[in-house]
Design a protein around this ligand. Structure first.
Ligand SMILES: Cc1cc2nc3c(=O)[nH]c(=O)nc-3n(C[C@H](O)[C@H](O)[C@H](O)COP(=O)(O)OP(=O)(O)OC[C@H]3O[C@@H](n4cnc5c(N)ncnc54)[C@H](O)[C@@H]3O)c2cc1C
Length: 509
């Protein structure tokens, strides 16, 4: 069994541990915090995160706590524009909606799932230093506990990552001239509690979510760097400037978060990997950070668990950085732009918020919402449904089956299909940890006795080919002939099955 030490039990570390454990690794999770609970930062879980977490059996539990038909009231210098974003025209996902869900809830659902599978989260355990990371394993020093060893170590230890510094991976990026103010508040009337509120000011946007951790409301706003802690009076002044008609009662908690964007130069140093905020930090615009971290985790978790049985483990493990680092770079670029429009201090950004948005939004927003393809296109970017790895070395194109024209490297869309039990959808069929082989109707039989390879026959899709889906839900291989040698090659290169010889015994060439 491959031993994976996960440093950090934030959303990235928890998702990584769940994925690696589900694929057969022995996982150890440590976190220096003694308490599980901490104030939420992220408030949105995107559709792609729900999709990749679904095979791990946690998507329904997450949705139980979520607001999946959120409404927003846009306060535009005295005018109020209600916006409802639900039932988007995105037919190929089971989650065609925005999902408001505080980060603390995401963490508690993932932690509960992990513990129920017999993986304890060792709290109050801090990685002090990394002794060595060689070909045969990683040795670390845990504060007060001595040495620990593992085959691989993943630093999911946040923006100031000890792991990143210990292996000497540099970063590039910059700091913003604005900081984030977060607070949990009680408000004395004036605002509907069944909806979020967004307001424009010269200084930036103000977001109010009816989902505080320690009070009814969560405030998220920006301001120039260097301000002190927020008193109720400061918050009230901010609201008055935004013409938000409410009185601030109690400020139960607040924090000031300096903002920066940063990308690690590398995601891997031999047997040590970085994921989540340890590898990349962006502004909160678009709610991408936690979601990108979860998807890093799902991408890396299966590769660590299966590397030992891959024909070329180094190529498999290197594919993590090659696939995921460009995603973080692109996300930083577009969130920088959105963050500038939301909070930039220069006259052009202020003009956008104080003139263009208040005048333009009442005209543009209803039109965009009516043109459902436009909202759907924006949603696909925001929800990370467009992330793809077409040029990855794990993506093999051996011919396009006409009846299932999926592209290699794309996420498996949630299309309706027919199987022996009746009608279903592709993401329902593949909602179990492991590799999935989708055989077309006339493909030769494939017998597999490995529990982590699942074979499905699609009765409504003619042809002799197959499509292979990776454990993170991306199409890895397509072929017009299921007996193609590429199938065995792909399975063994991803570590799904140990050797081509074993595959032959199972009926694949
Ligand atoms: C104001 C704000 C709003 C945001 N809003 C959103 C949003 O809407 N949507 C979104 O997707 N993202 C959002 N983000 C980003 C999101 O909060 C982060 O991307 C997310 O927390 C990253 O998770 P992580 O698990 O990688 O790291 P963290 O959450 O930072 O977790 C790291 C963990 O590692 C532990 N640790 C650190 N060092 C050690 C050590 N040496 N030994 C042991 N344990 C250690 C820490 O205790 C911690 O538990 C927001 C961020 C901010 C600041």
């Amino acid at each position: 069994m491959t031993r994976v030490l996960v440093v950090g039990a934030g959303p990235t570390g928890l998702a990584l541990a769940l994925q690696a454990h589900a694929l057969g690794a022995a996982v150890r999770v440590i976190d220096r915090r003694t308490e599980a609970a901490r104030p939420s930062r992220a408030m949105m879980l995107h559709a792609r995160s729900l999709e990749v977490l679904r095979p791990l059996g946690v998507a329904d539990s997450l949705l139980r706590y979520a607001d999946s038909a959120p409404t927003v009231r846009l306060h535009l210098r005295g005018r109020v524009l209600p916006v409802r974003i639900a039932e988007l025209a995105v037919p190929d996902t089971a989650y065609p909606h925005l999902t408001l869900l505080p980060q603390a809830r995401v963490e508690s659902v993932l932690a509960t799932a992990l513990e129920s599978r017999g993986v304890p989260i060792e709290r109050g355990v801090e990685l002090a230093s990394l002794r060595s990371a060689r070909r045969n394993g990683v040795q670390v020093q845990l504060r007060g506990l001595g040495e620990a060893t593992s085959d691989y170590l993943v630093g999911c230890d946040g923006a100031d990552s000890t792991v990143r510094q210990a292996v000497g991976i540099g970063t590039s990026g910059g700091v913003y001239d604005r900081e984030i103010v977060q607070a949990d508040l009680e408000l004395d009337g004036g605002l509907g509690t069944d909806t979020a509120h967004v307001s424009t000011t010269r200084a930036g946007l103000i977001f109010l979510f009816p989902h505080g951790d320690q009070a009814a409301w969560r405030l998220l706003a920006t301001r120039p760097v260097g301000g002190g802690p927020m008193s109720p009076r400061d918050v009230q002044e901010m609201f008055d400037a935004a013409r938000l008609q409410t009185r601030v009662g109690r400020v139960a908690w607040s924090e000031i978060v300096p903002m920066r964007h940063r990308l690690a130069d590398r995601y891997r140093d031999d047997r040590v990997f970085l994921a989540g905020d340890a590898a990349h930090v962006h502004s909160p615009a678009g709610g991408q950070g936690m979601n990108t971290g979860i998807q890093d985790a799902i991408n890396l978790g299966w590769k660590l668990a299966q590397a030992a049985s891959a024909t070329d483990p180094e190529t498999l493990l290197d594919s993590y950085e090659l696939e995921r680092r460009p995603v973080a770079r692109a996300t930083t670029a577009w969130t920088n732009l959105v963050f500038w429009a939301e909070s930039g201090l220069d006259p052009i950004a202020a003009l956008i918020r104080t003139v263009l948005l208040p005048v333009g939004a009442p005209l543009v927003v209803p039109t965009v919402l009516r043109r459902r393809h436009l909202t759907a296109a924006g949603f696909r970017i925001l929800a990370q449904l467009r992330v793809a790895y077409p040029s990855s070395r794990l993506s093999i194109d051996d011919g396009r089956p006409d009846s299932l024209p999926l592209r290699v490297g794309d996420r498996l869309p949630d299309l309706p299909v027919a199987v022996a039990d009746g009608g279903t959808r592709l993401q329902t069929l593949t909602a179990q940890p492991g590799t999935h082989l989708l055989l077309l109707r006339d493909a030769p039989t494939v017998e597999v006795d490995d529990g982590s390879i699942h074979v499905h026959r699609l009765l409504d899709r003619g042809g002799r080919g197959l499509v292979a889906v990776r454990p993170d839900g991306y199409v890895g291989l397509r072929t017009t002939e299921a007996s193609s040698p590429q199938v065995a090659h792909w399975l063994s290169s991803t570590g799904a099955s140990p050797t081509p010889a074993v595959l032959r015994r199972r009926g694949l060439r």
